[in-house]
Design a protein around this ligand. Structure first.
Ligand SMILES: Cc1ncc(COP(=O)(O)O)c(C=O)c1O
Length: 378
């Protein structure tokens, strides 16, 4: 024995428990899947920042970030890409195992696209009321639609399907806020600020978002704070959604018992990805106002958009009206979330409005009056 107490050159045997799960075939598949998702991003251009025409003498610019021009037609293309990368890098998405999602439609369209890209099956668990066009798009991208009558059962049904099939419940409502790189990496907020660089008001007074998962508003709000901008973030919430009450009362248990009529936004429970403390302001927008606003958008810029775009636009116009009233110049940004062609038999159908008991006339007149006079009614 030497002075250190060691018995020999190799020392005593030290047992080590060593389990190696690495599988070269799986790692080769994973590498290829991640390459395909990254290559899709690399082939894609940024989305446009359009202008909503306002009287020049107001000194206010209103912009719409047009997320309908992504390859799968909505802001959910960004989210689906992030969720797939997160699931792949975490080892949750595996070769041949199905990816399953609870979705009101748009996310599922984008996820079906990414599932097809990397060659895994995809099943969307959706409310039976989801627009026919969205279901057609999910199937076009090779996905399968699985309907539930009560939207509140979507999550449990998706989790159960994943459990039964050995698939992965990708769960946008939990992971949206963390799968997206909120500090930058060309997220939606970084892109907006980049596109505003040469404008007369490059730092918007307000950015107005809507919330489904809450992921988009969380990303924008965190980014503006992280970058120390003075921009404030407003979330516009439709009827039959608990986000507004839950935010105002600081109540994580807030809930509603009916589904939202504005597809993609407004939730019956406070979703884990909704980050209320980062939101500066919220507005509750009547559904008829959302529809009136989205129809006014078509008159203003010649483009149809989905109902959630109208919800955000209504709130943005109200904020612009406040700025006019205060004599304050500046800019406001909101989003075109998805294209109106998906909703020809709902928001663009007068028969559907009548069936729903929605009278958009007073709201349409309010917008026309505001654009002519600068005064917001009421
Ligand atoms: C059409 C539409 N607009 C807006 C949103 C809101 O986005 P987020 O989920 O990031 O809150 C969604 C989300 O589902 C949507 O489908």
């Amino acid at each position: 024995m030497n002075s250190t107490g060691h018995t020999g050159a190799a020392g005593p045997a030290v047992p080590t428990v060593d389990v190696d799960h690495s599988d070269p075939a799986y790692r080769a598949w994973l590498k290829e899947a991640i390459r395909k998702v990254q290559a899709d991003a690399n082939r894609s251009a940024d989305t446009h920042l359009l202008r909503f025409p306002l009287p020049p003498e107001w000194g206010i610019d209103l912009y719409l970030k047009d997320e309908s021009t992504h390859p799968t037609g909505s802001l959910k293309h960004r989210l689906a890409r992030s969720l797939f990368l997160y699931g792949l890098c975490n080892g949750w998405i595996r070769p041949e195992a199905a990816v399953i999602e609870a979705s009101s439609g748009s996310t599922a369209v984008s996820e079906a696209y990414f599932a097809q890209l990397i060659g895994v099956p995809f099943i969307a668990v959706m409310p039976r009321t989801t627009s026919r066009e969205k279901c057609r798009l999910i199937e076009f991208h090779g996905g399968r639609c699985h309907f539930v009558d009560d939207p509140r059962t979507m999550y449990a049904e998706a989790a159960a399907l994943a459990e039964r099939s050995g698939g992965h419940y990708i769960d946008q409502f939990t992971y949206a806020e963390r799968a997206t790189d909120w500090r930058g990496n060309n997220n939606i907020a970084e892109s907006v600020y980049h596109q505003l660089r040469l404008e007369r008001h490059p730092e918007p007074a307000w950015i107005v978002a809507t919330a489904g998962t809450g992921g988009t508003s969380a990303t924008i709000a965190r980014y503006t704070r992280y970058m120390q901008y003075d921009t404030r973030v407003c979330v516009a919430d439709p009827e039959n959604s608990c986000f507004f009450d839950g935010w105002r009362e600081n109540d994580p248990t807030a809930s509603t018992d009916r589904g939202s009529r504005i597809e993609g936004i407004g939730r019956p429970r406070m979703e884990p990805s909704f980050v209320p403390w980062a939101i500066d302001r919220m507005m509750k927008v009547p559904d008829a106002a959302s529809v009136a606003a989205v129809r006014a958008l078509e008159q203003a810029i010649g483009r149809k958009a989905g109902g959630s775009t109208g919800t955000g636009l209504w709130s943005s116009l109200k904020i612009v009206a406040e700025m006019v009233g205060e004599g304050r110049a500046g800019s406001v940004v909101t989003l075109i979330c998805d294209p109106g062609e998906r909703y020809l038999d709902t928001y663009y159908s007068d028969a559907w409005l009548a069936e729903q008991g929605l009278d958009i006339q007073p709201y349409a007149m309010a917008i026309t009056g505001f654009l002519a006079t600068g005064r917001w009614p009421g």
